[in-house]
Ligand binder design. Structure first.
Ligand SMILES: Nc1ncnc2c1ncn2[C@@H]1O[C@H](COP(=O)(O)OP(=O)(O)OP(=O)(O)O)[C@@H](O)[C@H]1O
Ligand SMILES: [Mg+2]
Length: 163
């Protein structure tokens, strides 16, 4: 399955189900407003798919007043939201389980916080099963729109094969 493109719903491939950046940010802010801790959200998708854009929008909706920037080199940024702490992780540069221990992975995963994880597949089996999966995908013929999958049905697919 390596390198295999997932099938796109026919309408989605024509942009009908795809979100502009404004629409994605809008959706993320609404999700953030509705989110209640403890909650772990995984954000999958290729480079530039919009994971940080979505994480930033969720944080804004959750009441994080600070500017949310990508934690690419530190692996994690912590913010104070209106309802709880927020941990935003980006595991792209994860080298191994030691890195996770160093950032206090177990404490973060068991905290009463909102946890947003980019490149969650890097954590492999250390990722708690109990999370809300989200996936963003580029469209082959529209650089300004993304497909967003969120919720239970996402977890039933084998995204590790192509993320
Ligand atoms: N519909 C869209 N939704 C989200 N981002 C979009 C959309 N259209 C264009 N973009 C652009 O795509 C880029 C997405 O970047 P972003 O940093 O959010 O991606 P990422 O998935 O976090 O990447 P990385 O894997 O490097 O962390 C931004 O420059 C954004 O402006
Ligand atoms: Mg990112």
């Amino acid at each position: 399955m390596e390198g295999h493109s997932p099938p796109l719903p026919p309408l989605a491939a024509h942009g009908h189900l795809a979100l502009s950046e404004t629409e994605l940010v809008d959706w993320g802010e609404r999700f953030g407003r509705a989110a209640r801790p403890p909650l772990i959200v995984t954000l999958r998708g290729e480079l530039g798919a919009g994971k940080t854009t979505l994480a930033r929008a969720i944080c804004r909706g959750y009441g994080v007043p600070d500017e949310v920037t990508s934690p690419t080199f530190t692996l994690v940024h912590e913010y104070r939201g209106a309802r709880s702490a927020v941990y935003h992780l980006d595991l792209y540069r994860l080298k191994g389980p030691d890195d996770l221990a160093n950032i206090g992975w177990d404490d973060i995963m068991s905290s009463e916080a909102l946890v947003l994880i980019e490149w969650p597949e890097r954590a492999a089996e250390l990722l708690p099963a109990d999370h809300v999966p989200m996936l963003l995908q580029h469209l082959p013929d529209d650089p300004d729109r993304r497909l967003l999958y969120a919720g239970g049905h996402v977890g039933e697919r084998k995204f590790g094969d192509h993320a």
